[in-house]
Write a protein that binds this ligand. Structure first.
Ligand SMILES: [Zn+2]
Length: 247
């Protein structure tokens, strides 16, 4: 268990996470919306200009792309800004660039390659996990030149498995081979409880990341009143922002 602030200090990178009190962050597809204005205000508090911020066009894909200074101040999609294809993970080696992603119950992954000074983020809900985004993130970092031993990663708050009901037939179809992360429901045979974080960590370990390099928040988004939660009743666009950067 580790907070984002502690993870950032331990690895000498900038990290920040907005809370409910900062207001909903999003929508992500339009730079002019109030969610983006709130993100700007949130970042001004850290003396970060939005021109140094890059946001992925999250669509629960397994697409990860490398970005540079040129993308500062923009939302990036997988193959150019005109495309409709989404991207759910970003990597950069540029100093002064702040990778931002949004989530409420979805998992946020962010971290650093300590040796090469590379930072990255990713965002995955159950669909992103089904599409194996964590696996794609690790292989993208390796393609970018990182070594497994140097990659240190933090997983953000999500819904506790005890609070995350899922249809049994969907879980069996979407996550074959992940039985240990499917827990029986005591009162409804058609439902199970799904351990999203467990599935995510398993995918990271299978991709070769050492367990000692993975840390995570144990907060439940549904039960922590400071956080937004889809399962807890917060609608579309009610997201926290997660920021990682090397000033
Ligand atoms: Zn909970």
């Amino acid at each position: 268990m580790e907070s984002l602030i502690h993870f950032g200090k331990r690895h000498k990178i900038f990290t920040a996470m907005s809370l409910r009190k900062h207001g909903p962050m999003g929508k992500i597809t339009d730079l002019q919306t109030s969610g983006i204005q709130r993100l700007r205000r949130f970042l001004w508090g850290y003396d970060i200009s939005h021109y140094r911020v890059v946001v992925p066009k999250e669509m629960q894909t397994a697409n990860v792309c490398a970005v540079t200074y040129r993308e500062g101040g923009s939302i990036v999609s997988f193959d150019g800004k005109k495309s409709e294809s989404g991207v759910d993970g970003l990597i950069t080696s540029d100093c002064g660039l702040f990778l931002t992603t949004y989530a409420r119950d979805c998992l946020v992954l962010l971290g650093v390659d300590l040796k090469r000074g590379v930072i990255f983020n990713a965002h995955a809900g159950w669909l992103g996990l089904k599409n194996r985004l964590p696996t794609a993130l690790v292989s993208s970092l390796l393609n970018y030149g990182s070594s497994l031993a140097d990659i240190h990663l933090w997983i953000g708050p999500t819904v506790h498995w005890q609070c995350y009901e899922f249809l049994r037939k969907d879980a069996e179809k979407l996550f074959p081979g992940y039985g240990e992360f499917v827990k029986p429901h005591e009162s409804d045979e058609e439902k199970i409880f799904l351990d999203l974080r467990g599935i995510c960590i398993r995918q990271l370990l299978t991709a070769g990341l050492p367990m000692g390099n993975i840390s995570y928040s144990t907060c439940c988004t549904m039960h922590n009143q400071k956080l937004f939660s889809h399962r807890g009743g917060d609608g579309s666009g009610y997201n926290m922002a997660f920021v990682v950067g090397r000033p």
